[in-house]
Ligand binder design. Structure first.
Ligand SMILES: NC(=O)c1ccc[n+]([C@@H]2O[C@H](COP(=O)([O-])OP(=O)(O)OC[C@H]3O[C@@H](n4cnc5c(N)ncnc54)[C@H](OP(=O)(O)O)[C@@H]3O)[C@@H](O)[C@H]2O)c1
Length: 307
């Protein structure tokens, strides 16, 4: 199996793989499962790993990465590691402390991308532009190669762009066949920002009464729509593979999460077929602005993004 190609370029000329592995296995899971998943994914050819201290498994991911570097399966420079800054930390502004702690857990000297997870802070009294200044400092301190944001709306991203000394390289948002982010994608294309798509399958198995339930709705993404099934049948692929292929063809870098070897293997097998323009348009029509991760409990906060 071929490695995921580093086929996309950030505005700062650094390259980024066309597909990554999400690592939020939920609080209910054993972090060792993610450790095995990351190690297997490196063997299989994944190079981008989307991490966060809030997923409580960066130590295990660090162990998997180190093991694969030690085994000479991969070199550090061939990996693209992402971590994030969490909302409870906005107030104390300890942005570089948070990154230092992630780097320690991941056993790395630098990450490739450092993201602000939400535009709002838990305490609702911090402007995200202040956090951004600290994130820019993390580039100056060589702790990260690039910086970006998650879950910003278009207005917030535009405001950040006008303010920033170092502009965002990536915006990570929910993106799937029912929420294809047309407007944001157009803006990103014009401004050389890569759109990384999280929850590409609608987070299919996460319990709606589990620890993340307040962050999400019980909605499902319509991967089994007849249009998806017909396209999957034509290419002898699964609807999951068609969903990922669609995202890569519309310019998105998807980061599906899986701890199953079978799924990790099948999710990477999307580079040997090409959807036609007509099929892209058919899937485009499944977009209905359906958002799974609504973070409803923060709706009243000043910088809540989804209105
Ligand atoms: N920045 C943010 O605010 C934010 C928010 C949410 C997510 N994320 C990131 O995005 C990543 C992905 O999103 P997500 O975890 O919410 O949801 P997702 O990737 O849409 O869905 C994950 C679920 O799909 C299953 N799955 C994966 N491949 C499959 C396949 N081929 N066939 C059938 N089922 C399959 C997984 O189960 P198995 O493990 O059994 O395969 C898992 O239950 C996260 O892990 C995280 O890294 C970021």
């Amino acid at each position: 199996m071929a490695n995921v190609p580093f086929s996309r370029k950030l505005w700062n000329s650094k390259k980024i793989p066309a597909l990554g592995l999400g690592t939020n296995a939920g609080f209910l899971y054993d972090p060792e499962l993610t450790e095995h998943a990351v190690a297997a994914a490196i063997d299989i050819g994944y190079r981008l790993f989307d991490c966060s201290p809030i997923y409580m498994n960066e130590k295990n991911i660090g162990k998997a990465i180190q093991a694969k570097i030690y085994e000479k399966v991969v070199k550090r420079k061939d990996l693209f590691i992402v971590t994030k800054f969490w909302i409870t930390n906005h107030k104390s502004m300890n942005v570089s402390d948070s990154l230092t702690s992630s780097l320690k857990a991941l056993k790395l000297d630098y990450v490739d991308l450092f993201l602000m997870t939400w535009p709002f802070s838990h305490s609702n009294d911090v402007d995200y532009t202040n956090v951004w200044i600290e994130m820019e400092n993390c580039i100056h301190k060589k702790m990260t190669k690039s910086i970006g944001v998650c879950n910003f709306n278009l207005e917030q991203l535009t405001r950040l762009q006008q303010f920033a000394t170092i502009k965002p390289a990536v915006i990570q948002v929910e993106c799937h066949i029912n929420l294809n982010q047309t407007e944001l994608r157009d803006y990103c294309k014009r401004n050389e920002i890569i759109l990384m798509g999280y929850t590409p399958f609608g987070d299919v198995h996460e319990a709606t009464d589990g620890p993340y339930s307040e962050w999400r709705t019980s909605e499902q993404v319509t991967l089994d729509a007849p249009e998806m099934k017909a396209i999957a049948e034509k290419y002898k692929k699964t609807v999951y593979q068609v969903a990922l292929r669609y995202l890569t063809q519309i310019g998105v870098v998807p980061i599906p999460k899986s701890c199953s070897l079978m799924h990790i293997e099948s999710n990477i097998e999307i580079f040997d077929f090409q959807l036609t323009q007509e099929e892209i348009l058919i899937i485009d029509r499944l977009d209905c602005n359906k958002r799974i991760h609504t973070a409803n409990q923060y709706r009243a906060h000043d910088y809540y993004p989804f209105y």
